[in-house]
Design a protein around this ligand. Structure first.
Ligand code: ADP
Length: 164
């Protein structure tokens, strides 16, 4: 029997950036199936609705046939288990990401020992990039060209009313 490995790449993706895409692109030949899972977080107020985030992700990952886009609520490990995923994929950009990610990985392992968190490092040109910064720049009228896919750039311009 050949084992199929499914990895879940969870996050807010508000919105998806070229850094996220770099990780998805690197992961897709390491795993049989990659599910980009958008967290439906009722506490945070996102710039883009869940539907908008899923639609943008669907469009920019559509050419990769083992990559799917989905949403989840509640415990990530429960969602991973329900989808037969053995891997949670997260990215570490800088040391500042490490402490939080380390805590999450160990807590998730405590709840589901069979699920492994795998960390990947993005291309260095995306290591200082975050959805939060992209939104801030856009809201202040700056250009985010080259940091996000063109369709995201257009959506940001519409959402923030900026010329970019
Ligand atoms: P979260 O709210 O869970 O941090 P994000 O959408 O910000 O959600 O990030 C989802 C995942 O993508 C996290 O593992 C995060 O470290 C990673 N990530 C965020 N920005 C980048 C980037 N510029 N390059 C690579 N990975 C990134």
């Amino acid at each position: 029997m050949v084992m199929q490995v499914t990895a879940i790449y969870p996050g807010s993706f508000d919105p998806v950036t070229n850094g996220h895409l770099d990780i998805v692109n690197r992961s897709r030949d390491k795993f049989d199936r990659v599910i980009v899972a958008v967290l439906v977080n009722l506490e945070k107020t996102p710039l883009f609705t869940t539907e908008e985030r899923v639609a943008m992700l669907g469009e920019v990952t559509g050419q990769w046939n083992n990559v799917e886009v989905d949403t989840f609520e509640g415990l990530l490990v429960k969602y991973a288990k329900a989808n037969q995923a053995k891997v949670i994929l997260r990215a570490i950009r800088a040391v500042t990401d490490y402490e939080y990610e380390f805590q999450m990985a160990l807590m998730n392992r405590r709840m589901e020992p069979d699920i492994e968190t795998v960390f990947m490092v993005p291309a260095v040109e995306y290591s200082y990039l975050s959805s939060r910064l992209v939104k801030e720049i856009s809201l202040l009228g700056g250009s985010v060209s080259g940091l996000v896919p063109p369709i995201v750039e257009d959506s940001l311009k519409k959402k923030t009313g900026s010329e970019g």
